[in-house]
Design a binder for this molecule. Sequence first.
Ligand code: SAM
Length: 315
Amino acid sequence: MTDAWSTLPEAFCARAAQLLPPAALHAFKQAFAHQPPMAVRWNGPGPLPDDVLGALATAGVAPRPMSWFADGVHCDTGDRSMVRALPVHADGTLVLQAASSMFAALCVEAQPGEDVLDVCAAPGGKTALLHRSMQGRGRLVANDLSRARIARLRDQLEALHVDGVQILTGDGVSLARDLPECFDRVLVDAPCSGEGRWHVGQPHDWQSWSLSTVRGLAKRQRTLLKAATDMVRPGGVIVYSTCTLAPEENEGVVADACKDGRLTIDPITPVSEAMVPGVCRWGDVSWPDAMAGTCRIHHGVDGFTGFFVARLRRT
Ligand SMILES: C[S@@+](CC[C@H](N)C(=O)[O-])C[C@H]1O[C@@H](n2cnc3c(N)ncnc32)[C@H](O)[C@@H]1O
């Protein structure tokens, strides 16, 4: 385990040790070196059937229903191929989706009949869950900058029998010019350094990591969140999420967005021991106490992958 960890950039390891309490750092290292946490979501009609839980148990993935989401199940052992082999996965009624990803989409609290925008949507995992929360009623717009990833989103939505989503391909920042104050809720699942999903088997994911990459991403994230602020209606909700640990890309971006007084932090209630308050201090920078209402999710704890979620309300 120690060997695997030492393959990561030294500066990242030092930052993780500074940011994470010892037990969370240990869990991160375990998940990094062994098995990233796995979870599934029921996508069929009605509540999750008992026989699906039975099929998951027989497949050997140790299903553990989520206390906070009736359609979600942590899978504590095994690997993704065991789920993919099940007929319920093949027909799109059971979806592999990270628990943190489900949690972020649920924090949007999208309601039937609302206007909802997913700014950075591809490949569409969260879009599909937003659609389910909206019971297919209302206007759901899924946008992404990447044409190739939008193609994957189309395929995924089709495989999951999700229809009626308006799909756009473009820069989320420019979108704000055409769609000012048009949405009740906006999800910004931002492009990020992805530290929370690094795994020893995928070295490509961290080979280009550097502090300057983190800072560059933070700049891009700030412009996306500013655009989302322009697109949500007064009283509306923005959820900002990343799958990274870096405070510059998380609390730093949220603090910047709240500076002009148009957004306030709507505190997130933790649902697991994996969830801890956002940090109010990093290095020589400090942020308002309200930042503790954002949510960091520890990687490898209680079946979650590393994530950050903030819910913001437009004044
Ligand atoms: C973390 S991924 C989104 C994952 C997706 N929400 C899901 O749950 O499946 C971030 C996405 O942001 C997109 N992206 C990057 N810059 C963007 C921009 N300026 N406008 C819109 N999308 C952008 C990337 O192409 C990438 O698909």
